[in-house]
Structure formats: C-alpha cells, structure tokens
Design a protein around this ligand. Structure first.
Ligand SMILES: CC(C)(COP(=O)(O)OP(=O)(O)OC[C@H]1O[C@@H](n2cnc3c(N)ncnc32)[C@H](O)[C@@H]1OP(=O)(O)O)[C@@H](O)C(=O)NCCC(=O)NCCS
Length: 164
C-alpha cells in the first residue's frame, strides 16, 4: 500500500480523536489515556506533542490525501520510541507497515524501541515486518483493560535489507 507522511494539520485532530475513541482500537492498544474521550486532555496532549521539538509526529495519508492515522518518534535520546495508530476502516491493508517503514527512513536515529500489549498481535507483526525484535517483557497497568498486563518491548537493532 502506498502512504505518505506529512506534518500534522489542525483539521487532522478531528480524525485522530475518532481513532483514539474507537473502543476496539483502545482495547487493542491497551496502554492509553485514562479516559480517551476526555476532549480537553486529548487537545492538551496534541498541543504538547506538536510543539515538542523532540517529537516527530506525522499524519499518514493514503490515496487522495485520505487521512489514515498517525505515526511518531518520541522520547529521550537513549530511549527513542515509535508509536502509530490507524483508523479501523483502514486496518489490514498494510498502512501501518508502510507508514512505519517511511518513518524509519526519515528518522535515522538508532536504536529505536517500541512497546505493544503482549496480545496486540497485529502491532507486534507490524514491528517485526519492519525489523524490530523482542528485547524484553514488562508488566504495567493498562488503562483500557483496568488491570496489569504484559507488554513487549521491541527494538530495531539492524536495518532489514529485505521485506519480511
Ligand atoms: C496495530 C495497527 C497499527 C495495525 O495497523 P494495520 O494497518 O492494520 O497493519 P498492517 O496491515 O500494516 O499489518 C498488520 C499485520 O498484522 C497481521 N495481524 C492481524 N491481526 C493479527 C493477530 N491477531 N495476530 C498476529 N498478526 C495479526 C496482519 O496479517 C498483518 O501482517 P501480514 O502483512 O504479514 O499479513 C492498527 O490495528 C491500530 O492502529 N490499532 C489500534 C492502535 C494500536 O494498537 N496501535 C499500536 C500500539 S502499540
């Protein structure tokens, strides 16, 4: 699937809010805000990350500039992490994989880390397809589950020279 990454625009936030409040996606991501539907918190979070120069956040667009989701690199130098979110109507077509590949091209810092709920098979698969390998397991409280669950830590140590 072809995707492009561009700077986040104000109007994108309406779409991101719909993605962030989709119950199925929230359950899958697990480690979310306490109340993803809290609009004030959502707006403050996005205002903060958009002005934080250490965060590279991009809107993922597909054919006809349709907004598919977002992808980001964030965190201190030694612990740079990637994260992404795709609208449910676009799942299963390679959007996350293509967007992460593009992000890895424009964000050259290595190593890069990622976290995923241990039962988020789709996200783990996306990371593995992009060359990340599991480097640890942690246990943490997942707001969307209301309990502690396992979380995998994955790391991009080398660049894959072939598609998985
Ligand atoms: C996780 C998410 C980003 C995946 O996006 P996507 O565009 O559907 O991902 P892709 O199509 O690029 O790849 C999904 C891969 O997972 C596979 N997959 C789907 N469900 C799976 C499951 N339960 N277990 C294992 N693999 C699974 C798909 O077959 C595909 O792999 P393939 O290309 O080898 O067939 C998307 O579902 C999402 O945004 N979810 C909500 C937010 C979230 O979980 N973000 C990540 C937080 S760590």
């Amino acid at each position: 699937m072809h995707v492009a990454l561009r700077e986040v625009r104000d109007d994108d936030l309406l779409v991101f809010y719909a993605h962030a409040t989709d119950p199925e996606a929230v359950r899958m991501a697990a480690f979310t805000a306490e109340d993803p539907s809290d609009r004030t918190h959502f707006e403050a979070h996005w205002a903060r990350i958009r002005r934080d120069r250490s965060v590279m956040v991009r809107t993922i667009v597909g054919e006809g500039d349709e907004i598919l989701g977002h992808v980001a690199v964030f965190g201190p130098t030694e612990e740079r992490e990637v994260t992404y979110w795709i609208g449910r109507e676009h799942w299963g077509r390679g959007a996350a994989t293509a967007a992460l590949r593009e992000l890895l091209r424009i964000a050259p810092e290595r190593p890069l880390h990622a976290r995923a709920a241990a039962d988020n098979g789709s996200s783990i698969r996306v990371l593995e397809k992009c060359g990340f390998i599991t480097t640890g397991t942690e246990r943490g409280f997942a707001n969307a589950r209301g309990e502690e669950i396992d979380e995998l830590v994955l790391t991009l140590i080398y660049e894959p020279d072939a598609e998985f």
